[in-house]
Design a protein around this ligand. Sequence first.
Ligand SMILES: Nc1ncnc2c1ncn2[C@@H]1O[C@H](COP(=O)(O)OP(=O)(O)OP(=O)(O)O)[C@@H](O)[C@H]1O
Ligand SMILES: [Mg+2]
Length: 251
Amino acid sequence: MGILEVKNVSKNFGGLKALSDVNLSVRENTVHAIIGPNGAGKSTLLNCLVGKLIPDTGSVMFDGQSVLGRHPYEINQMGISRVFQTPEIFGDLTVLENMMIPILAKRDGTFELNALTSIGSQKDVIERAEHMLEEMSMADKRHFHSGSLSRGDKRRLEIAMCLSQEPRLLLLDEPTAGMARADTNNTIDLLKQIKEERDITIAIIEHDMHVVFSLAERITVLAQGTPLVEDTPENIKGHPKVREAYLGESA
Ligand SMILES: Nc1ncnc2c1ncn2[C@@H]1O[C@H](COP(=O)(O)OP(=O)(O)OP(=O)(O)O)[C@@H](O)[C@H]1O
Ligand SMILES: [Mg+2]
């Protein structure tokens, strides 16, 4: 049994079958990659895991509890955190202020932006945010405006924001998309470090095979909303079905 169990999940958008009968089992404390061509249904699947979408059929269980129909905040409280495909930080706020948001939200259950304006009374939150930035090697950038960060540092900040919620499952939707090679390699190193230092399961959607094969212990290949195969990286690499459907090569 995996910590995350997806069973027979289907999702249609009008006449379009985005997901058809998807089964996925993510084992605790592993890095599990979900790969597949554009439009394969990867983000739709992730949206079903975090309460953003409710599948038409099927079940999604995290640690024995259903996530379906729950508010995203509740799912967060269950131990699932997600980095979205498009960066979700406030560009006008500083790195430190962004870092405070999930810490405030976790403490209060709700978040009010004006909590940031009474910054002097948030000493404990500032301390925790600064500590997290230190752990993520971003302390020297804490007063930078987040919008001015490199793509790699924006991702690093988002991942730090997720980790401050102490998730047991971290979901990453194409964390290295559009990055230069150096930033990509830094992100790989960061995720390896996170995996080493914490009890955490990571599910990662990724197009860059260098990232996938550097990190993943299991890989699921999705094509047209259906899992083609789930296996180890070694077996996936040479799989004729994968080469044909995903890489566009005939076997
Ligand atoms: N809210 C929506 N309404 C209608 N169609 C949608 C919606 N979200 C996704 N789709 C469609 O569902 C299919 C799967 O989309 P999804 O975003 O899950 O693919 P993906 O594998 O994440 O692709 P990419 O690699 O480009 O991010 C696509 O054909 C997409 O156009
Ligand atoms: Mg996507």
